[in-house]
Ligand binder design. Structure first.
Ligand code: PMP
Length: 291
């Protein structure tokens, strides 16, 4: 991770159709997105100059905005082109791409019907989400203090800023207890996901992962399910109770930033980094590498 503050990096940011100097890509303090979380974003990675599953990310960004009741004023083609152009402009081939759309300042209150919808895209170098050495040994996760909310209480399937409030709180608590991340249960007490990645388990040579019925069905998650099936590994998506983790042998996280990251421990439960996980880590690296 960059040691410099993120507003002090170099280069340019795509901002409402133009490139602006990195340090000038600002918002006013009276921005609806800041006060009321009317903001949606994406996290993408480029490998060897190509953004992995770019169109799927762009489609999800547009869909997330729809969940929040606004329309991004650019087409999917335009957003794709802008992401690629920003990557090139930054002179990077292996990088993280962060498009973000938000309601502006025209109205400042709960209602924001006529606020301008802004879109910005920033690209920076970001080698590994977790410390590379720790990653291979497997991460240690605590149990989160917050749970993933009922879809009747919030648009759970949007990649929206407001849904990350409980993730930051849960991750901070886990870090203060010496863990790297936290496992969140859902509103029914079932295993859901980590604070910024989906979770998978291994038992008797098979993969088990929670149904994504109140959290993001991650693009990496879907990729890993396909890769596992191609290897002939059985994948079951179902409700998982926390006590079941006692009998699981392996565990790993998936996400654009996290990629495929083994887990060695979740609270009292211990896991080993076995062959299936190592194989899927390699398969994922091959999958994201342009031919
Ligand atoms: N869940 C949460 C809460 C996330 O932030 C992410 C990262 N976007 C994921 C799951 C994984 O999604 P993806 O594989 O599409 O990056």
């Amino acid at each position: 991770m960059a040691s410099k503050s993120f507003d002090q990096l170099d280069g340019e940011i795509w901002y409402n159709g133009e490139f602006v100097d990195w340090r000038d890509a600002k918002v006013h303090v009276l921005t609806h997105g800041l006060h009321y979380a009317s903001s949606v974003f994406e996290g993408e990675r480029a490998y060897g100059g190509e953004i992995f599953k770019l169109r799927q990310h762009t489609d999800r960004l547009i869909k997330s905005a729809e969940y929040l009741g606004f329309e991004i004023p650019y087409t999917a083609d335009e957003i794709d082109e802008a992401c690629i152009a920003t990557l090139k402009r930054q002179g990077l081939t292996d990088a993280y791409i962060r498009p973000i759309a938000w309601r502006g300042s025209e109205m400042m209150g709960i209602s924001a019907q006529s606020n301008k919808i802004n879109l910005a895209i920033a690209v920076w170098a970001w080698p590994s989400y977790f410390d590379p050495e720790e990653r291979l040994k497997g991460l240690r996760l605590g149990m989160a203090e917050y749970c993933r909310p009922d879809p009747r209480t919030i648009p759970s399937f949007a990649k929206a800023a407001g849904l990350y409030m409980i993730c930051t709180l849960s991750k901070h608590k886990a870090e203060s207890e010496g863990y790297t991340d936290a496992l969140m249960l859902d509103w029914r007490g079932r295993v859901a996901e980590a604070t910024g990645a989906n979770v998978f388990f291994i038992k008797d040579g098979e993969i088990i992962t929670p149904d994504p019925d109140c959290f993001l069905n991650g693009i990496t998650r879907q990729t890993i399910i396909d890769l596992a099936k191609k290897r002939g590994i059985k994948v079951t998506e179902r409700a998982i109770l926390p006590e079941e983790m006692e009998g699981f042998e392996g565990c790993f996280l998936t996400g654009t930033a996290a990629e495929v990251t083994p887990v060695s421990e979740i609270g009292p439960y211990k896991f080993v980094v076995g062959d299936i996980i190592k194989t899927l880590m390699e398969d994922y690296t091959k999958e994201v590498t342009p031919s």
